[in-house]
Ligand binder design. Structure first.
Ligand code: HEC
Length: 107
């Protein structure tokens, strides 16, 4: 009986640890993805690098961008727009994560 209790405890604990690890990995993924792929033009804080602004990128912290729907942001990231490159080759989950990350940059 004791043996079974212990095994159950181990399994439950392992599952809980794995679950919380995957949650934090997802949040971190989006911010590191943004820093590696997007910050060059949009700046780490989303306000836009000098080069990005020259190309026509808008400040992510403003109502202009935050007022766009998730569908609009997803569309621009997936298909690009003018000088914004398209990132449709990223898995949909990662694009969704990037949209959620952009929402956290709101002023
Ligand atoms: C080479 C520079 C460049 C890179 C890299 C880049 N973007 Fe952009 N992005 C732009 C430009 C320029 C625009 C403005 C397009 C327009 O409206 O003409 C833009 C527009 C956007 C918009 C719409 C809001 C706005 O500023 O007009 C979103 C959302 C966006 N980019 C997300 C991303 C994400 C997420 C990544 C990384 C996966 C990324 N961008 C990488 C240049 C870039």
């Amino acid at each position: 009986m004791k043996r079974i209790d212990l095994r159950l405890f181990t399994i439950t604990t392992a599952a809980a640890v794995m679950f919380s690890l995957s949650l934090s990995a997802q949040a971190q993924d989006a911010s590191s993805l943004f820093k590696s792929k997007c910050a060059g033009c949009h700046g780490a804080d989303g306000t836009g690098s000098a080069m990005g602004k020259k190309m026509g990128a808008h400040d992510f912290t403003t109502a202009d961008v935050q007022g766009m729907t998730d569908a609009q942001l997803t569309d621009i990231i997936t298909n690009g727009k003018n000088k914004m490159p398209k990132y449709g080759s990223l898995p949909p989950d990662q694009i969704k994560g990037l949209v959620a990350y952009i929402r956290t940059l709101k002023k």
